[in-house]
Each structure stands twice: as C-alpha cells, then as structure tokens.
Design a protein around this ligand. Structure first.
Ligand SMILES: [Zn+2]
Length: 61
C-alpha cells in the first residue's frame, strides 16, 4: 500500500508566506513547521493555537 503524502503551506495558517512542504507524516510537518516559525517568523515555539491551525491545514496530496 503506497503511503500518502501530506502537504502543508505556511500561508494556510494566515501569514503571507510562500513556505510549503510535503512529508510522509503530520509529525514531520509540525516539526519542520516549528523550525520554520523559529527561523522565518521569530516564533520560538508553536503555540497550541498555531499547532491546531497547522494540523487542520495539512492536506493529503
Ligand atoms: Zn512562513
């Protein structure tokens, strides 16, 4: 059974940002998104609200 790919775009959480990625699991996406928030948006960690928004915005490709 092929694994489905998951896709996520930073702008889906409300920002005007072009960063996006694909990964095999939501855990990886949230981890990479947390790193991206730190590097690009100077947010040291994902808040619960942002994590929820991000989780809801993850799409199957
Ligand atoms: Zn971003």
């Amino acid at each position: 059974m092929p694994m489905s790919r998951l896709a996520f775009a930073c702008r889906s959480t409300g920002g005007a940002c072009e960063w996006a990625l694909e990964a095999d699991s939501a855990e990886v996406i949230l981890l990479r998104f947390a790193e991206h928030q730190k590097c690009a948006h100077h947010l040291p960690e994902l808040t619960g609200e942002l994590r929820q928004k991000a989780t809801a915005a993850i799409r199957t490709t």
